[in-house]
Design a protein around this ligand. Structure first.
Ligand SMILES: [Zn+2]
Length: 253
């Protein structure tokens, strides 16, 4: 990962994606921002009890840094629904992944331990962002996202570049009830007694969807282990949400 600092903001980028000239992407850390208390920093989530004006100011700072015209934020429900963003939404959209080819629209996934997985098709100029917690992984949200890119935008999976953002690592992804909660195939990436490597699980799922392994990068940064930079739901249930953003720069229109 490349770590970028812009004023107070600190965010991580995937080098392969940074080489796409018309693309903005960033996995924002909690650094910068105006939220206080358990939300200290750049909290972009409204549902955990933070002050609405602080969250709005934080989102404004993220949008400004992205250079986009709007942040597209979903009502995330840990499912596998994929939203195709074609213009300004009239109301909340319940989905866990979003795809667009619209310049200026900055697709935003909010997380505190779950993965945000960004995807770009450099050939067709299409971007996607998916929310993959363990429930989303079980539900197949990544393959659903790639399917929509194929079916609706004519993307070829072998062209896609993917980045798996900072999230719960194998060090901290303990699943005491894994036999009930996780499919048997995930046991390929069981670590020790009951920990799981969800970075590897997502990599496998993306490969199964047709991506080249060499086109998939994982940040390999654990959110629970680094309190200075990340919110973590497993560390503290009352916490903020990091924003991971990807979009086509408006100038590329
Ligand atoms: Zn950890």
């Amino acid at each position: 990962m490349e770590r970028r600092c812009s004023g107070e903001l600190v965010y991580d980028c995937f080098p392969a994606l940074s080489s796409v000239s018309w693309l903005f992407h960033g996995c924002f850390t909690r650094k910068g921002g105006v939220s206080t208390g358990p939300f200290q920093g750049l909290n972009a989530g409204v549902s955990s009890g933070d002050d609405g004006e602080s969250v709005a100011a934080n989102r404004e700072a993220i949008l400004r840094e992205s250079g986009g015209s709007d942040l597209v934020v979903l009502s995330q429900v840990h499912g596998n629904a994929v939203h195709v963003h074609a213009g300004p939404e009239l109301g909340p959209v319940e989905a866990d992944a979003v795809v667009t080819d619209r310049p200026g629209a900055m697709l935003t996934i909010l997380t505190a331990d779950c993965q945000a997985v960004v995807l770009v098709d450099p050939v067709r100029k299409v971007v996607a962002n998916a929310h993959a917690g363990w429930r989303g992984s079980v539900a197949g949200v990544l393959s659903a996202t790639v399917s929509v890119m194929k079916d609706r935008f004519d993307c070829r999976p072998e062209d896609l570049l993917a980045g798996i953002g900072p999230s719960l690592g194998p060090c901290c992804a303990e699943f005491v009830h894994y036999k009930k909660e996780l499919p048997r195939v995930f046991c390929t990436h069981r670590v020790g007694f009951n920990h799981f490597d969800f970075w590897a699980i997502s990599r496998d799922q993306l490969c199964d969807a047709g991506l080249a392994a060499s086109n998939i990068a994982a940040a390999q940064l654990c959110t629970r282990c680094d309190e200075e930079h990340y919110y973590s739901y497993r560390r503290s249930h009352t916490t903020g949400r990091m924003a991971t953003v990807i979009g086509i720069k408006p100038t590329a229109a």
